[in-house]
Structure formats: C-alpha cells, structure tokens
Design a binder for this molecule. Structure first.
Ligand SMILES: *[C@@H]1O[C@H](CO)[C@@H](O)[C@H](O)[C@H]1NC(C)=O
Ligand SMILES: *[C@@H]1O[C@H](CO)[C@@H](O)[C@H](O)[C@H]1NC(C)=O
Length: 487
C-alpha cells in the first residue's frame, strides 16, 4: 500500500518534471522589496493565543503588537509540501517544545500554505520564491530593529528544508544566517542537484539535517539521501524508522480510514520532526550519533568513537562545529519518544576448536550494570564462526544500566543443537577420552558509546573457558588481569 501511495505521489512528480525543468530555467522574476506585502504569513507563536500573532512585512507596529523581542534569538519553523492545505499538528508541538526548552526566544511559524498546497512540482518551484520572501523578511528585521541574522535559526521540514536553504542563500550581504536545520529534506527533484539548487552547508553558518525516510522506490525517495549539511544524521540508517513498519498500516487504516496510508508514509518522514522535538523535551535524554561510512559498519559496532568530532548530539542541542566536509552520523533509536538508546560495541574473540568446520551459533547476552540489568539480548552474527578470530557487534539498550559490571554470555541451543553436535562428532572424530571441542571465549571487550568507556571482561573461571551449546558463562571485569597478561 505504501507502494501505491508513493507511486501516486511521486510518479506524478516525474511526469511533470519536464514541465518543472522549463520553469526552473526562467529566473524567478520578482524584484525584491518592490512590494509591501509578502505571500508568506509570519506568525509569532505565543503561549496564550491559538493562532499566533501575525507580523506584517514593513509594518513595524505589528512587531510591537506581537511583542517581538529583538534582543532574543529567532527560531523560524518552515513547513513542507501540503496535501490538505492546513498546518500540520507537529508545527504547534514544535513551537511549544521550543518555548518550553528556552523561553528566551522568539518562535515564528512561516506559513506558505497557499504555495505549498499545489502539485508537488509546482510546490517545488515555489520554494525559491518563499525562500526569497523569508530573506526579505529577515533583512527588514535587521534594517528596522537592529536584529542580527546570526541570531536566526530556520527549521525546515521536507520542502521547507530547501525553502530555508534558499532563504539562506538569497539573503544579501556577506554574512550568513546563524543556523538551518533540515528535517528529512525532500528528495524528489532535489537529489543529485547542485548545492545552489537545494539545501547545502553554504546556506548558513551552521547547517544540520536529519534523514529519516530515504527508502527508495522507483529510483526516488521521499527524503533526500545525500548529505546536505555540516552534520547529516541518519537515524537507524535513515531509510526507514522503527514503529513505522508495514504491519502498522492496518492499525493506521483502522484509525484514520484510507488516509491511514498517508499516515504510514508520513510516519518515517515526520519522524525527523519528532526526533527534534524529543531533543527539546528531554534534556536528560539527548541522543548521540556517530560518524560512520555506512550503516553496515555501524551495525557491527565499529563506529562508536567521539574523538575529533566523530560524534555529535542529535537535534536542538547539537555542537555547532564547522568542518571542511559533511559528516554522516548514525545512531539507533527507539520506536517512541524518548527515542534515545545506549550504544555498545562488543568484541569477542572466538576460537573454534572444530577445525575447518564453520558453525553458526545463536548467542544471547545478559548485562548487569550498577543501576539496572538487561537480560537475554539476542546477538546475531552476520557471518559464521570459523577458526580463530575477533567478532564485533552492536548492542543497544533502551535504558541506562549505569556502569557495566558483569556479562553473562549464553550459547542458545537446545536438544536440536545437541543432536547436530553428535552428528558433527561422528563426522569429525577426535581423540577419545579428551573433552569435546567447543568454542573458546577468553575475553569480551566492550566500548560504551555514550560514556566512551572501554572495558575488558574475562571468563570468571580461568580454567573453564570452553563454551558448549545451551551453556552460559559469566564474565567479570578484568582490566588489571588483562594488562598483566599483556606485559
Ligand atoms: C527582551 O529580552 C531581554 C533578554 O531576556 C529582556 O531583558 C527584556 O526585558 C525583553 N524585552 C521585552 C520588551 O520583553
Ligand atoms: C589464534 O591466533 C593467534 C594469533 O593470530 C595465535 O597466537 C593463537 O595461537 C591462535 N590460537 C589457536 C588456538 O589457534
């Protein structure tokens, strides 16, 4: 059903792409500031009114009337393509969350619904015009009330991300606006375009983006895949999000009728918004993301480093660091708010005593921390165990277990496994009377992403390091013992 919907939405985009290309070539002709009113409505969000207070371009008295405070920073929320022509619920949630985190800001909602409630390619074409209007509006604030553009943070969702990019690039003068956040910036008609035709790191002093729905369908994805910012976040790999899976389509349809299909598509796309809101609402649960080449490497737990700007905080409280090249950051999340999980890399050295025979065991692991325990976490190794090698994998926990003090490592296996074992025994006989071969696991090395702590765990009994199916072994902290051995 997702397929039907995406086809419906975006194939019409492809059909009209030719039309769009023609229109794009004709420069947008409006000469700036030659008109007193703008198409975009700028609503100052207040806790007290439902609608917000409208600030009118070139009408200073409306700034007073709405109590715009020029000495405070301005955060402007820019919505995206509109299917139904009304402001979506998340906009008010975002505005309220911004105010709750820090009352000392002005929050403006840039309402460009009449230009966004169009066929997708037309709405795309309008993004430049609206970007220009936002630039005009900001210049007017600077000229009339000594407001500084470096105090501006544009938060744009979907098409709104590119609107924000155009606003940043059209504002005149050499200084840039402070920050742009792109929330799942739109993909169709922007993917692969030159930096001047989409959101890019040049558009503000600092640009960050969260990519949540880049799953491809017929060569297109709803959200843009390529990096467009200084820091590009790809939660759960950025293609799709937990809790948005197809089985939920039926719940959504039960709840919303046929529009439930759109709800499901929106789920992953709009997740970018809710991740950002989460960062405002849960100060104690800030999500860390880590620099990595790709999600497969990340899934092996190999990217949990914070050295030299390799990690950053997702959302409002990001560390604003300008680096010469875009950084793609990865993280896992929960399916619901608060989204934060705790990332761990586990490195286990296995010696497979059955020479030449690869085995594909299933393991589970139980962790004891100073605050909490986490029991029976499944471990899936992507490759079978062969010979004598270290394997690395990622484990995520929903809760903060404190400092890790003990690990129980279990080779999941029942009678079935024992049977296989017996078969193996007859095929590959070993010297009678000696113990049967198993896996040797001496140490488990752990790195906690969130604390950057590295720990080593050793088998509790040094004599008994062999692991067999259905067995569980306990590992305890042994940094000292381990260092002594290394010397
Ligand atoms: C504007 O904000 C500043 C800084 O918080 C504050 O000192 C000042 O009173 C505010 N002005 C108005 C008119 O509210
Ligand atoms: C495993 O490999 C290491 C180094 O690669 C070697 O020192 C060790 O003897 C090997 N152990 C076994 C049981 O093959």
């Amino acid at each position: 059903m997702i397929i039907v919907c995406c086809t419906f939405v975006f194939v019409s985009a492809i059909v009209q792409e030719t039309l769009f290309k023609d229109m794009q070539n004709s420069e947008h002709t409006r000469t700036k500031k030659d008109q007193q009113s703008l198409e975009t409505k700028f609503q100052l969000y207040t806790d007290t009114t439902e609608e917000g207070c409208q600030i009118l371009f070139n009408q200073l008295e409306t700034l007073d009337k709405c109590s715009f405070n020029a000495s405070l920073p301005l955060v402007m929320i820019v919505h995206g393509w509109s299917v139904d022509g009304i402001l979506e619920d998340w906009i008010w949630k975002m505005a309220a969350a911004l105010k709750s985190q820090d009352k000392q800001i002005n929050v403006i909602i840039a309402d460009w619904l009449t230009f966004a409630h169009q066929h997708y390619p037309i709405a795309v074409q309008n993004t430049r015009h609206i970007g220009q209007e936002i630039a005009d509006f900001l210049e007017w604030l600077e000229e009339s009330i000594q407001f500084s553009r470096s105090n501006v943070h544009l938060i744009g969702y979907s098409l709104g991300a590119h609107v924000s990019g155009f606003a940043g690039s059209y504002i005149s003068g050499t200084n840039k606006i402070g920050r742009i956040t792109g929330l799942d910036p739109a993909g169709p008609l922007f993917e692969g375009m030159s930096p001047t035709d989409r959101l890019s790191p040049d558009d503000a002093n600092f640009v960050d983006a969260i990519h949540t729905f880049t799953k491809q369908h017929m060569g297109l994805s709803v959200g843009i895949k390529q990096p467009v910012a200084h820091f590009d976040f790809y939660p759960n790999g950025g293609t799709f999000q937990p809790g948005c899976h197809i089985m939920h389509v039926y719940n959504h349809i039960a709840q919303y009728g046929i529009t439930g299909i759109t709800q499901t598509v929106k789920c992953a796309h709009e997740r970018s918004v809710h991740l950002f809101i989460d960062s405002l609402l849960h100060n104690d649960k800030q999500s860390t993301a880590y620099w990595c080449n790709d999600i497969n490497t990340f899934d092996k737990g190999m990217c949990l480093s914070c050295r030299k700007n390799r990690c950053n905080t997702l959302g409002y409280n990001i560390r604003e660091e300008r680096l010469p090249k875009s950084r793609r950051l990865f993280l896992k999340t929960r399916a619901r708010m608060p989204f934060k999980v705790y990332h761990y890399q586990f490195k286990i050295h296995f010696i497979n005593e059955i020479q030449g025979k690869q085995i594909d065991p299933t393991f589970s692991i139980s962790l004891t921390g100073t605050k909490e325990d986490a029991k029976n976490l499944p471990i899936t190794l992507v490759e079978g165990i062969n010979g004598n090698k270290t394997y690395s994998f990622l484990i995520t926990l929903d809760t903060d277990i404190g400092e890790l003090i003990m690990i129980k490592f279990k080779w999941e296996g029942t009678a079935v496994w024992e049977n296989i074992w017996d078969t193996v025994q007859t095929i590959i006989p070993w010297t009678k009377g000696t113990r049967r071969p198993g896996l040797i696991v001496k140490t488990i090395r752990v790195k906690a992403g969130e604390t950057q702590q590295k720990m080593t765990f050793c088998s509790q009994s040094i004599e008994n390091i062999h692991l067999y199916p259905a067995q569980e072994k306990t590992f305890v902290r042994c940094e000292d013992r381990f260092r002594r051995q290394e010397k």
